[in-house]
Design a binder for this molecule. Structure first.
Ligand SMILES: Cc1ncc(COP(=O)(O)O)c(C=O)c1O
Length: 393
């Protein structure tokens, strides 16, 4: 894949935009309409042969979303991008659009809880066979491929332990067996990682996170070649998981400062990971930028920065961890990640609360695990805050 000619921050500001915009505005208009008018019947007939020149109906797209899609494609270095109403809508759409009854899909087992749930509970109801393999176990991956395997899916870095997939190995195996690979790169973003450069077929983002960046919108994006993305758009035309014009505007606006925000997230993530690693009340820190992380070598090879999510285990039990979380003053206690505001959560009482302790442990979620989405506040303030909170458990 050819390297983009402009730097990432230039692409974040100008990518996907026309230089001359309606009303001579510098910003992209929010084209807030549900449908689009044809002057006469001939114009409707002509539209069939040049559909890219205009819009027809709001479920099929809108001009504000089209700008956001082009910008994301440019950031990721892919031919095209398709936006969806959430990261999960993007994920479920890719799978349903690409797989038919009788097909087989392989999922690396450490992933977002809802992605796992969709693969485990919903896909089999439609005759799609799903195998989970241990994250980063390439021998097991290869042995699990069958003649019916169509797709291999993994996050990189994974949620919540930030394991990093070896993209060269996964694409080697996939190409030998003519299987496509989807990487959920939400945690890394195109600032830190470019899976398409390694031959990955599709990259998915919960744009709710770092691309939007302000904890104020829900969206999902898939980037890949024109053929795959066109098929996804056709699927979306039917299922309707579109991004409305106002949300697309917020996403464009959020992406203008993408590179600046990511530089600060990376800086803060590293500072906080180092601080926590030395703290006597912290048992273990999971951050791919740390030498102690089990995938540090792959991360260093493949990534240019390590992002703003730091996971760690408090040296204590469920209650001690609750006491710590309840003492922090700057991060908000909330699910999600990737916004300018720091968010902190204890997965055992947030996303995984409905499970028993045994069920949680089976997928590696300990009571004392904390996931910290480090925002863009000053690192020293965040560290002082963590310090006072850790002093009170
Ligand atoms: C890695 C990852 N992928 C996908 C999603 C789903 O994104 P959304 O919440 O936008 O549906 C999440 C949500 O937390 C996530 O962490």
């Amino acid at each position: 894949m050819a390297r983009p000619s402009k730097g990432l921050s230039t692409r974040a500001v100008h990518g996907g935009e026309s230089r001359q915009k309606p009303f001579h505005a510098v910003t992209n208009p929010v084209v807030q309409t549900a449908t689009y008018v044809f002057r006469d019947s001939q114009e409707r007939i002509d539209y069939e042969s040049a559909p890219e020149d205009r819009e027809e109906y709001g479920r099929y797209g809108n001009p504000t979303m089209a700008v956001a899609e082009r910008k994301i494609a440019e950031l990721e270095g892919g031919e095209e991008a398709a936006l969806f109403s959430s990261g999960m809508n993007a994920f479920t759409s890719v799978l349903l659009a690409m797989l038919s009854s009788g097909a087989h899909v392989i999922v690396m087992d450490e992933c977002y809880r809802r992605s796992r749930q969709f693969c485990r509970q919903i896909l089999p109801r439609y005759g799609i066979d799903v195998s989970f393999v241990e994250t980063n176990n390439y021998e097991q991956l290869e042995q699990t491929i069958t003649k019916k395997t169509r797709l291999i899916i993994s996050e990189s870095p994974t949620n919540p332990y930030l394991n990093v997939i070896d993209m060269e190995r996964i694409t080697d195996i996939a190409k030998q067996h003519r299987v496509k690979v989807l990487i959920d790169g939400t945690f890394a973003t195109p600032y830190n990682q470019r899976p398409l450069d390694f031959g990955i077929d599709l990259v998915l983002h919960s744009a709710t996170k770092y691309l939007g960046g302000h904890n104020d919108l829900l969206a999902g994006a898939v980037v890949g070649n024109k053929m795959l993305i066109s098929a996804l758009r056709e699927f979306r035309d039917i299922t309707g998981g579109i991004v409305d014009p106002h949300c697309a505007y917020l996403l464009i606006r959020g992406m203008k400062t993408f590179a600046l925000r990511m530089a600060q997230h990376n800086h803060n993530g590293m500072e906080i990971a180092h601080y926590l690693e030395k703290h006597p009340r912290i048992k273990q820190v999971y951050y791919p930028g740390l030498e102690s992380h089990r995938n540090h070598d792959i991360a260093r090879r493949q990534m240019s920065g390590f992002g703003g999510v730091v996971s760690f285990e408090v040296d204590g039990d469920m209650e001690a961890t609750i006491r710590f979380i309840d003492q922090v003053k700057i991060p908000y206690i909330a699910p999600s990640l990737g916004g300018v505001e720091s968010l902190i959560e204890q997965p055992a009482i947030m996303s995984f609360y409905e499970m028993t302790k045994e069920e949680r442990l089976e997928i590696g979620i300990k009571d004392e695990l904390v996931r910290f989405s480090v925002g863009i506040e000053n690192a020293e303030d965040l560290i002082a805050d963590l310090d006072q909170a850790l002093g009170k458990i």
